[in-house]
Write a protein of this length. Structure first.
Ligand code: PLP
Length: 406
């Protein structure tokens, strides 16, 4: 039984005040708050269980290695990935997608080859492909969403041509909350022999993910949005794709033997993890994933659906507010602008004065904002610990802004 008050009690920061008001944290799309179990796990890792991993034969090194390596299996379970050896630890989605661009994309793509991507993408799933465009003449083929923010999976499949080497697509927009039917895209792309990279940074926080059913080749998650520490993350890479990849960063841990003229590499996934990794952040992410799995992803998704439905109706009642992208199939993420031209930064500053934390700007998604015809928006993004009462506080604060700006 999902009890939001019980969940809230697990997150100490939620009981603090901001500007003398109870904190209403609606900036979860940027980063989520951490439950006490994660904070405790980080403290314990440093106070009791810390050493470098993989290298030592002493007690603490073995202990830290076991704790750290056990997270690979947790990620695999969380995503229902076929094999934990297909999980590469990263510092987050940005590193994960850059890894794929450099280690898999660059050696396999030539001038004129194409990458299909959607206008919904975050810059983390755009800029690494621009590198290939700039350096190697790869062509980026953009698929548009409609004004509601919906992306037709068939339009993505139709954009695949004989020169397409990769489809790179988000499962949930961080601006509009649109949920993309990535399983259909993977099925269509697979039938045409084209690999698919899915950016799961937002989706994996809010809904169950089943990679075995989805059938993608690459899937990125980022720990700090999953109630874990910043600097943690993972990339699922299907075995066949891993076998096609050259190493990314070079250094300790990713090698088998190093000589003066020769080098051999460790087997994947270690081949893609050079140097001392984010030991404690990854351990913290593992605890965060345990926490989410214990709450239940179906329960989290159901709670957030009710927050979405409630907030959608309340925002629709503000006839001076434009919500960007109001797809039926969306998460509890709302980007909006106020009619009359109040700047998003000013609106967010006033909301902050009332304890309401939202994000303002272009949300690392400039092509999408341009497509939607807006410069900057405010974004309220909900998480498992938010309540409908907090949505009411947001609406009250917006009404106050409206009175102020007229
Ligand atoms: N992709 C999406 C959809 C995101 O929302 C974000 C973060 O906002 C990222 C990628 C980048 O994640 P990170 O900054 O953790 O690497």
């Amino acid at each position: 039984m999902f009890d939001v008050e019980k969940i809230r009690a697990d997150f100490p920061i939620l009981s603090r005040k901001v500007n003398d008001r109870p904190l209403v944290y609606l900036d979860n799309g940027a980063s989520a708050q951490k439950p006490q179990v994660v904070i405790d796990a980080i403290t314990k890792a440093y106070t009791d269980e810390y050493a470098n991993v993989h290298r030592g034969l002493h007690f603490l090194s073995n202990l830290a290695t076991d704790k750290y390596e056990s997270v690979r299996g947790k990620v695999a379970r969380f995503l229902n990935a076929p094999d934990e050896h297909e999980i590469v630890f990263t510092t987050g989605t940005t590193e994960g997608i850059n890894l794929v661009s450099y280690a898999w994309g660059a050696p396999r793509m030539q001038a004129g080859d194409e990458i299909v991507l959607s206008v919904l993408e975050h810059h983390a799933n755009i800029v690494p492909w621009h590198f290939l465009r700039e350096r190697q003449g790869v062509v980026l083929k953009w698929v548009e969403c409609d004004q509601n923010g919906d992306l037709d999976p068939q339009a993505v499949i139709d954009a695949i041509g004989p020169k397409t080497k990769l489809v790179a697509i988000t499962q949930m927009s961080n601006v509009t909350g649109t949920v993309v039917d990535v399983a259909s895209i993977c099925q269509g792309a697979r039938s045409l022999g084209v690999p698919v990279l899915v950016d799961g940074s937002q989706a994996a926080v809010h809904m169950p993910v089943d990679l075995a059913a989805m059938g993608c080749d690459f899937y990125a998650i980022t720990g700090h949005k999953l109630y874990g520490p910043s600097g943690s993350g993972a990339m699922f890479i299907a075995k066949d794709r891993m076998a096609e990849m050259r190493p990314f960063l070079g250094g300790g841990d990713m090698i088998r033997e190093v000589g003066r003229e020769v080098i051999t590499y460790a087997d994947p996934p270690m081949k893609f993890e050079a140097g001392t990794p984010g030991i404690v952040p990854q351990i913290g992410m593992g605890v965060a994933l345990d926490y989410m799995m214990a709450v239940g992803m179906e329960n989290i998704a159901a709670h957030e659906r009710s927050l979405r439905d409630y907030t959608r109706v309340r925002l629709a009642g503000l006839n001076w507010l434009n919500v960007q992208g109001n797809s039926e199939s969306k998460g509890a993420i709302f980007s909006f602008t106020m009619q009359g031209g109040a700047h998003a930064h000013d609106v967010s500053t006033i909301l902050d004065k009332r304890g309401v934390a939202v994000r303002a700007g272009t949300h690392c998604a400039m092509p999408l904002l341009e497509h939607l015809g807006v410069g900057a928006t405010c974004r309220a993004s909900f998480a498992m610990y938010n309540t409908t009462a907090e949505a009411d506080t947001l609406i009250d604060a917006l009404e106050f802004c409206h009175e102020l700006f007229g």
